[in-house]
Design a protein around this ligand. Sequence first.
Ligand SMILES: C[S@@+](CC[C@H](N)C(=O)[O-])C[C@H]1O[C@@H](n2cnc3c(N)ncnc32)[C@H](O)[C@@H]1O
Length: 224
Amino acid sequence: MVYGNGYGENNCITNEDLRNGLRMGLKMVKAIIDPLSLADRSRAYAETFPTWPAPRTDSRWIDGIWVLGNNYQSTTGYYGSYPPTYLRRIHAMFPDVQLCNILHACSGSLNNVHPCVTLDINPTLQPDVVGNVHCLPFSDGSFHMVIADPPYSSTDAEQYGYPMINRRLMIREAARVTRRNGFLAWLDVQLPMFRKSEWHWFGAIGIVRSTNHRIRLLSLFQRI
Ligand SMILES: C[S@@+](CC[C@H](N)C(=O)[O-])C[C@H]1O[C@@H](n2cnc3c(N)ncnc32)[C@H](O)[C@@H]1O
């Protein structure tokens, strides 16, 4: 069977994939019974990517640097699209979050990432939902995780043809649609301002693509 995983690759399902699927299913069951610690997340990442450095952790904090490189075969060519392996690395750290409970906010060129939900303001990108991150068309607590990739500046926003987003409004809306103890993975060139009554900031990963690319920060939050 051939399927597109939406992350710029077109793979056949192999026995290894099935084994990984089974492992992930078992991890999800374990996580429901016994929530994952940050050390568990780092271990889950290391199991998926054994040759890359795992994030460092202590009981309250996780951090690292991901050097992602370029992959000219899998790039969508969309301005600001995710670097190769970025989403796979996030999923590896969050094996307890089912894909169908993830909202990609400012999803850009992401398509065919079903069962995740994609949302973008630009209808020509054909997201699952055309909408504005300032006023998300979902009820409270709809998602276990929001993966956000807003434009980083007014100059960036011009590339997309829409006004620069208001980070404060976006992160508040993300809080509203994320269920208690759910997660937010926010990629940006700055740490967005957040309310401590809504989010617990528990991790930061530096994202290096390659020469002449901006260095970004993946900030990880948990919903209070
Ligand atoms: C950095 S790009 C996301 C790229 C995406 N990560 C990818 O891999 O293709 C930012 C996206 O935010 C969208 N956007 C801009 N303003 C928005 C708003 N107010 N609400 C929803 N989406 C918005 C743009 O259309 C653009 O696709």
